[in-house]
Ligand binder design. Structure first.
Ligand SMILES: NC(=O)CC[C@H](N)C(=O)O
Length: 230
């Protein structure tokens, strides 16, 4: 399998993502530009990644303008054919804006940009991105101003009932408690997937925690789970 990483104007984690996949995980990566449309080099075995950053300067709402880019039209088609798409941080915001994932990312509860390590955990063995990372909490950095996941109660109940909740903020021991929630996300949600389990969104940045040089390789486990379970 191979990965495609889309760069939008204002992306700032695209090269980190390429670097983590290519150099830390030895994967084939193709860099993609938001103005292009061609995804014909990818099969539904492959994975398109929308990286973090400040696409279009976060004007209007984070991700609201990026959803109109030509590449996003192709990404929606790719996802509808069953290809896997992953959005990290700004990528997650874009996927919600594009309607590929339910809910929205609101301004952090404290109205501030938050940049720090958090713990999150998964209990979901039903998706390729979480299958191999259940159990111990992972330490992964967050860096966002609009990361407070929100959906109405009925949508949330459905997400839990269908095993679409990928990751929840927890403390270092794995307790899902309010004080471990960096941004006020409903039910401590850090990441979700769609019903078909091929579109994934998460606020924390696994690409910033994938190398020994950075002192943390917990993020590698997430990518490895995707790679091993395609
Ligand atoms: N690191 C990121 O992707 C940040 C996303 C977005 N610009 C925000 O502040 O919420």
């Amino acid at each position: 399998m191979k990965f495609g990483v889309v760069t939008f104007p204002g992306s700032n984690c695209d090269q980190d993502m390429v670097d983590a996949l290519r150099n830390d995980l030895n994967q084939e990566v193709i860099a993609l530009w938001h103005k292009d449309k061609d995804l014909s080099m990818f099969s539904t075995e492959d994975c398109i990644l929308l990286p973090g950053g400040f696409s279009y300067g976060d004007y209007l709402r984070c991700g609201a303008i990026a959803k109109f880019s030509p590449m996003m039209q192709s990404v929606v088609e790719f996802a509808n054919k069953g290809g896997r798409v992953i959005g990290v941080c700004n990528g997650f915001q874009i996927l919600c804006e594009a309607g590929l994932l339910p809910g929205a990312l609101l301004k952090n509860q404290n109205q501030q940009f938050i940049c720090k390590n958090i713990f999150m955990k998964s209990e979901n063995t039903h998706t390729s991105i979480t299958k191999e990372v259940t159990g111990r909490p992972l330490m992964i950095p967050v860096a966002h101003g609009e990361g407070r996941y929100y959906a109405d109660e009925a949508t949330l109940d459905n997400l839990f009932a269908n095993n679409q909740v990928l990751f929840r903020y927890c403390d270092e021991f794995g307790n899902i408690i309010e004080s471990a929630n960096p941004n006020g996300a409903v039910r401590n949600i850090a990441g979700i997937c769609n019903k078909e389990r091929n579109v994934f969104g998460m606020m924390p940045h696994p690409e910033r925690a994938s190398s020994e040089a950075l002192g943390n390789r917990d993020g590698q486990l997430i990518f490895q789970s995707l790679i091993n379970n395609n």
